[in-house]
Design a protein around this ligand. Structure first.
Ligand code: C2E
Ligand code: CA
Ligand code: CA
Length: 573
């Protein structure tokens, strides 16, 4: 009896536990976002559970109903679903597939699991449908962002590099050619600064859209970032030759872009071209070569195209080496100053001296200012270098003035970048006062190119400097646009006639006519004239005869270290 009671209690307890477990599992199913199908394969029982109604508007009561599911799935995914529904027929235990539901844009992950008995007979099966739309979209977006530029829809840099790699492998095997066009919008920063980045983006987008017209199996078009685009052409010829594409771009850019704000903007681009295998054999080198020659194109004026050329690359590499060394030189102050005397032509009296910077590389090699000044101007090193030149030469000059003569003039070359700085005037004035020199003995040289960039601002600064008594001299006259009429508005004391005139003044009658008329006009305007690069007695006599006031050149004195100038020039006064 006790034994029987025990059995009954045990059964009750098991039943109780079963219903509790079942309750729990039901709850889990029903609160889950997934939909489930349970199949008892032996008893032919089928039941649905979980969030079924979210996915399907029918219920499954019988085994045969399950095929209705096919009508709820997009065509392409029916086979995958059928494989899951028939999982036990393949003797598989578990599998899954990603399926898109018809009409609802919902992506589901469908998982199937089958339980077998010890003899491999399938007993039960569960199918689970889980909504993964959000995940899938995020994933798609990530994939898109990994390959495409969101703004223009063109390939991004990374993907372009990958596809160009494929091009190169193919071209290597087939002995084919690939051209890479590196395209950069000119002065894009000005557009962004003056019109705002929203407008900037719109232009980038419209131009990108235009470039996408060249896309084909042989032509990859990409937007690297900002104002840079890159095109790779497999076997360029005919209407997909570099020339044809460049011509089409130029034609389009002849017309303005119409913006959503109603404004119209015209842009130009500089293009660098490098070809596989001539310029380089690897993807990144090829792009680099195209970029380097693009810079060359830019420096020869906006809207130009430049094809790869080995000397351009060499120049670039030299400049990079110089730029790196320059940083060190600025830090170590590896510069020295030379001074070149200037004389009056009438009585060969010392007028003054021009400071010319010298850079002795650590291996003893001299690097010309013509080479490193433009690089220093580009990377900003000209500011500390230029300030050092001003201070060091004024320091030396102040000792000379005290020891030798009062009325000599010190000429300093000043770069456009220095003039553009707001603190330029203060820097000059504070050095002048530190060494207690008369500002009327200091002459700042300026080239025409400085004036072209920002005429108004520079003119104002020159006026202020001149009010303090500082002299202004226009250097390299004759190499720029040399219009005498604009000189009238400038506070100038001296005009330096460029060496290129002096070189041919004896041999070329045209140069003579021009030089004579320049000197005639300049004298009328009341400026002093200095001829530079005078190397022969003949040149000197001629310049003197036509009324040129002062002479500077190897004939009368080369640029020399301060000690030499003191010994050879100042002590002989
Ligand atoms: P620049 O101002 O036109 O200087 C005259 C250049 O002609 C100097 O070259 C000088 O050495 C050279 N020269 C003078 N007389 C003769 C001659 O009779 N025959 C020949 N063949 N050449 C002569 P350098 O010193 O190589 O300077 C080149 C340029 O570098 C200068 O041209 C100037 O634009 C720039 N530069 C030099 N020093 C400085 C500086 O401290 N700051 C800045 N910003 N630029 C400088
Ligand atoms: Ca000069
Ligand atoms: Ca000059």
């Amino acid at each position: 009896m006790d034994e029987l009671r025990y059995q009954v209690d045990l059964l009750n307890a098991i039943n109780q536990k079963l219903t509790n477990d079942e309750k729990m599992y039901r709850l889990i199913c029903n609160t889950s976002n997934s939909a489930f199908i349970y199949q008892d394969l032996k008893e032919n029982v089928i039941r649905t559970a979980g969030n079924w109604s979210f996915y399907f508007d029918f219920t499954i009561k019988e085994f045969s109903d399950i095929t209705i599911l096919f009508g709820y799935v997009e065509e392409n995914y029916i086979t995958a679903l059928r494989d899951l529904l028939d999982l036990e027929k393949f003797g598989l235990k578990r599998d899954s597939a990603i399926i898109k539901l018809r009409d609802s844009q919902i992506w589901v992950e469908c998982e199937a699991a089958v339980i077998y008995d010890d003899f491999g007979i399938p007993l039960e099966k569960v199918l689970r449908f889980k909504n993964i739309t959000k995940l899938k979209n995020q994933n798609d977006e990530l994939t898109y962002m990994a390959y495409y530029d969101v703004l223009t829809g063109l390939y991004n840099r990374n993907y372009f590099v990958r596809l160009l790699g494929d091009f190169i492998r193919k071209a290597e095997a087939a002995n084919d050619i690939i051209s890479v066009m590196f395209i950069d919008i000119d002065d894009f920063r000005k557009v962004n600064d003056s019109m705002g980045i929203i407008i900037g983006d719109e232009i980038m987008q419209q131009f990108g859209q235009f470039l996408s017209e060249f896309k084909s199996e042989q032509v990859l078009v990409s937007h690297f970032n900002g104002d840079i685009y890159c095109i790779a052409i497999y076997n360029p010829f005919g209407n997909r030759s570099v020339e044809a594409i460049h011509k089409a771009i130029q034609k389009r850019l002849g017309l303005p872009f119409s913006l959503s704000t109603g404004q119209e903007v015209t842009i130009s681009v500089s293009v660098g071209v490098a070809e596989y295998p001539e310029a380089a054999r690897t993807t990144l080198e090829l792009i680099n070569c195209a970029e380097i020659v693009m810079f060359k194109a830019k420096s020869s004026g906006s809207g130009t195209i430049q094809f790869f050329d080995a000397p351009i690359l060499q120049d670039f590499l030299n400049n990079v080496a110089i730029e790196n060394k320059l940083k060190e030189a600025v830090f170590n102050q590896n510069f020295i100053l030379h001074f070149q005397p200037q004389y009056t032509s009438n009585d060969k009296k010392l007028r003054g001296m021009e400071t010319l910077i010298r850079w002795r590389d650590y291996d003893g090699k001299m690097i010309s200012p013509m080479t490193f000044i433009p690089i220093a101007e580009k990377n900003g090193a000209i500011i500390p270098i230029g300030t050092w030149v001003i201070e060091e030469s004024i320091r030396i000059y102040s000792t000379w003035k005290k020891t030798y003569r009062q009325d000599m003039i010190l000429s300093l070359n000043i770069s456009a970048i220095q003039y553009a700085r707001n603190d330029f005037i203060d820097t000059v004035l504070s050095i002048i006062s530190k060494y207690d020199v008369d500002p009327r003995g200091i002459e700042l040289e300026i080239t025409e190119s400085v004036l072209i960039n920002d005429f108004k601002d520079i003119r104002e600064k020159l006026h202020i400097l001149r009010e303090y008594g500082i002299r202004i001299s226009l250097d390299d006259f004759g190499t720029g646009f040399s219009s005498l009429s604009y000189l009238k508005g400038l506070p100038i004391d001296t005009l330096k006639i460029d060496k290129s005139f002096i070189d041919t003044v004896i041999t070329d009658s045209n140069t003579r006519i021009i030089t004579e008329s320049i000197i005639y006009m300049v004298k009328k305007l009341g400026f002093e004239t200095v001829a530079e690069g005078v190397e022969t007695e003949e040149q000197f006599e001629y310049l003197k005869s036509i009324g040129c006031d002062c002479i500077q050149g190897y004939l009368l004195g080369r640029p020399m270290p301060p000690g030499d100038l003191e010994k050879d020039v100042l002590q002989c006064l």
